[in-house]
Design a protein around this ligand. Sequence first.
Ligand code: ATP
Length: 369
Amino acid sequence: MDRNGTPAVELDGVTRRYGETTAVEDLSLSVQEGEFFTLVGPSGCGKTTTLRLIAGFEDPTRGTVRFGGESVTGVPPEDRDVGVVFQNYALFPHMTVGENVAYGLQFSDPPDGGSDESRVRDLLELVDLGGMVDRDPDTLSGGQQQRVAMARALAPGPDVLLLDEPMSALDAKLRERLRVQVREIQQELGITTIYVTHDQEEALAVSDRVAVMRDGTPEQVAPPRTIYHEPATEFVATFVGDNNVLSGAVTAVRSPDASDGAGNGSGQSVADVTVEDITLSVALNGDSGPESAVSSGDQLTFCVRPERLSVEADRNALTASVTSAEFLGDTTRVHLDWAGRELLLRAEDPPTGTVTVGFAPTDAHIVDK
Ligand code: ATP
């Protein structure tokens, strides 16, 4: 946020249609100055369209895009002060690395008032490619080429950096390394960055805030930890990481001071929810919002992360059978069948056969269906 609190980039009720297809629907978002903001979601949810609307490659069918509080309607991409990096980094093969970066200065002089040569040198240092100025792009690795593309986008000193799946062509190990570098460069420059990815792990790893998109609209916009631990909806709960989602009817709501110990020391009210004839206790976090209004007879959907299910828990016991296990290195993802539903458990020593798992009421998180 700048000194006046004006967002760096703002979408206000933006819709983009292509014929019968609505790519983006009534989207309102504010990205603050210096923020690393990520749009994540499944294929076709409107991430790239949103980025193209911000860049100016597309016009909204309805709504307004603002930069620093000013509408940019009708402003072409080259006048928007944005740097864009696409998935296919499209370096010019007949130009050296240095010439590729200098190409980013075709519409403007270096922002620091120095020469093109010194700007190119500084940017190549920034992306950790100092000394490669005379190399041909096709002699670089994919990750190095993507860093050249980033240097080229940063050359004119844009206010906003837009990155569209910049790592999806790279292998997993390289992506992990490069995402750390991208975050470091963003922090060093303090540049407002909007990042598109379908990879939820990547989104959690690099962002200040994440918008989880579905069908052209964000389902939740929040910092990574909130997205993971307090998903607003069932879609967010299952799109971001593994989750167990259960639904049932509330049979009782008990206050924290109930004499049967229902509050389990957490100071929270607890709802008893009947799922498949078993009564499970779910803590109602907080005394405001929808959870404060839960009452008997309501239908409640809640989730419990696989790492929160435990074979040692003595509350909320579910007896299930192990159907398969995937060894992941640091842990094993165990698939369980409970009353015809699949549950996931994370375990260091995976059980076999029949197993009883449980969870603390406070490890259950209520979501919107
Ligand atoms: P992916 O992760 O697969 O790139 P995305 O979330 O970036 O997907 P978009 O590319 O924004 O999704 O597309 C959103 C929807 O709009 C899709 O249904 C897509 O087919 C449609 N769409 C996007 N661009 C156009 C276009 N130029 N003409 C027609 N339909 C389009």
